[in-house]
Design a protein around this ligand. Structure first.
Ligand code: SAM
Length: 220
């Protein structure tokens, strides 16, 4: 079974998204196990402090190294083979290829920050730093959830049709998915491309590929 450990100050953040649709079915089927680890539990002072002000001054607070590193150590103790990923805007961009790479591991540990981010020295205790994109979230949890969701749907036996994941955007040659249409054939005056109604699978295949390539070019 693939495992995910989520290091966070807000374990409750994950409750609702993991309790519906594909992730919840994957958990119920025993394909993935998800455990949250409360970073605050590793703070040793009496106020369970996890943040402090930055050296050199400036606004906001930073995640202190001691509780964060202790929580990473606890995650590694539980799963010595784990791959620890820090979610941070300064990390490498998370991609579909990376999601696929993670499915080949026994499991992952996702570290979410808050406040103005992490004390820089924490980076020495993780295996990889990933960013969701060039924007700033208020915490790492939404990023960790996106990574986890993208990985879960690629695990064997999670999707009803394994072909779905292969045909998804960014998978084959890194191109986007083609445009899809379903009933009704005419919606508010907008029709469906003729070729999709033709029953000619070779032509449909050609049209879809051309559309996918065109879309991918348009987005670049
Ligand atoms: N001061 C930081 C900066 O400007 O880069 C932003 C800190 S952000 C408010 C708090 C936390 O949210 C970060 O430590 C990180 O865990 C998470 N976060 C924010 N944006 C992210 C992104 N694009 N990708 C991954 N994690 C992100």
């Amino acid at each position: 079974m693939f495992y995910a450990q989520l290091l966070t100050l807000f374990p409750e953040f994950f409750d609702s998204p993991l309790s519906c649709s594909i992730p919840s079915r994957a958990i119920a089927a025993g394909i993935v196990s998800v455990e949250t680890i409360q970073i605050r539990d590793f703070a040793t002072d009496k106020h369970h402090k996890v943040d402090d002000s930055p050296y050199g001054g400036g606004p906001g607070m930073l995640m202190k190294p001691e509780p964060v590193v202790a929580s990473i150590r606890a995650a590694r103790e539980k799963h010595p083979d784990t791959h620890v990923v820090m979610l941070t805007p300064s990390g490498a961009r998370f991609t579909q290829a990376k999601a696929l790479e993670f499915t080949e591991k026994p499991g992952i540990t996702l570290l979410s920050g808050r406040y103005e981010g992490f004390d820089e020295r924490i980076c020495d205790y993780v295996d990889e730093e990933l960013s969701l994109g060039d924007y700033v979230l208020s915490g790492g949890e939404p990023a960790a959830l996106c990574v986890l969701d993208a990985v879960i749907r690629l695990l064997p036996d999670v999707l009803g049709s394994p072909e779905s994941a292969v045909l998804d955007s960014f998978t084959e040659e890194g191109i986007l998915d083609w445009p899809h249409y379903t009933r009704p054939e005419l919606f508010e005056g907008k029709g469906v491309p003729e070729v999709l109604l033709s029953g000619n699978h070779a032509e449909i295949g050609k049209w879809r590929r051309a559309q996918a390539i065109q879309r991918s070019k348009n987005r670049d």
